[in-house]
Design a protein around this ligand. Sequence first.
Ligand code: MEZ
Length: 538
Amino acid sequence: MSLPYTQEMLDSVKKVEATRAARMQTELRRMTADEKDDVLQKFHPDYKMDGFEILQMGPNKGEKAPAELAALLQGKSRLDGKEISLQNPDYDVDVLVIGGGGAGSSAAVEAHAAGAKVMIVTKLRLGDANTMMAEGGIQAADKENDSPAQHYLDAMGGGHFTNVPELLQKLVTEGPSAVNWLDHLGVMFDKDENGRMITTHGGGTSRKRMHAAKDYSGADIMRTLRDEVLNRQIPVVDFTAVVELVKDSEGKAAGAVLMNMETKEVYVARAKTVIIATGGAGRMHYQGFPTSNHYGATADGLVLAYRAGARLLYQDTLQYHPTGVAFPAQIFGALVTEKVRSMGAQFVNREGEAYMHPLETRDVSAASVIRECRERGKGVQTPLGQGVWLDSPMIDEIHGKGMLEKRLPGMLRMFGKYDIDMREVPILIYPTLHYQNGGIRISADGMTDVENLYVAGEAVGGIHGRNRLMGNSLLDIIVFGRSAGQHAAAKAKSVEVKDLTIDFVKEFEHEEEEAGIHSSILSPQLLPDYRPEGMKTI
Ligand code: MEZ
């Protein structure tokens, strides 16, 4: 096994090792509010104005959005004038769930439990979702020294006091029962010898409330939810994307137009209520960043809802996880869980200096990594750019030999495949596009501005304000997923669907013409396109 680090990296590793003992004895100070503001404004990608455009039309006209998202929101319908026969739908259900990740599965399970006829439609397979990729844990204030109020304050501070209060209140108060629900369904949470959940800190938390299943937390939650969907025999139409929503003649959501990803055949689903649970947008690679997201994360739900008249909230704020893999290139941008820092590993620059506290909030941490590389010149050169060290050998030094392997087996294996033993040597990281902080605006019952259209999971905007804390996304997919399923099922009981229509798509296109937008970009995007520029028509 030979370590693939370059000579420059190896020289820098020596400096990291030389300062480790002293660093471990020194308490790192937290940044002041002014220092945080300064680093965010100068280095966080959300503040880089040339990455954004002003929306020219639609419910958020006049507001900014990432340029790539703006192009999709103001893009061209995939139906492109096709006549769709809506009168004899191929599927007729009470609740249609769009998306097969954690939020969609939780919603479907609860709607089914409430007696509704539910169907999930997903463009990939059940479980191909960002839920599967979440590693470090799920927050819930269920220990004696903690409370939902404390959790609320932490998340509100992390979100720069922009979180929608009633959504955040719901998240934190229903947190303990959400984790309990998962525990009972069979998620293999880390527990001590007395069967009590082991909890750790995350960035910006004042209490240890991160519940984990090693560093496979999201994967184990998704495994459990998928089993529950399958056990209940909830129908799942996979490899089938939603390309437009359908309304009824009263303007209420009433189904969707589906497209088989392989054959491109089009189907119509009629539904009394519809839940968007389409997840995030990492595969949009905003501002050229790599991503920790799954292959289908292309902001589809935002596009579908926007065209149908739903307002977005905080669509201009993204989360760049501070610790994406910077080296080796084969796993560039993959997630290095924040749990590595929860367990004590520090950010260390090329000179061996721990230049910041390891558990500042994510936006501040990411901006500080970028500053260390771009302004201070203390990054380590890699084939694809730069990075700083995450001093992973500190974990076994702090907790005893074997702890890293026990709590972070996924990380150990990921780097081990490339002959990097992170118990022995530090690893190189740089921010990676991880999470869509903003999304579709909802009320506390999960409904959007469009009646009978609900949203849950990463496609929602407002729960986390302008910056989410670690572990609050796995929590929101459960809390808001379950709640959307319950509310949508209850609402479906009194809904009488009128004649189906997609006239609103034509009206949207008309509005585009009036705004002088003549886009040829088909949206929703559905999948990323990694072909080189000249080959995109092939
Ligand atoms: O909440 C997340 O994004 C998460 C748990 C990620 C991680 O660092 O593991």
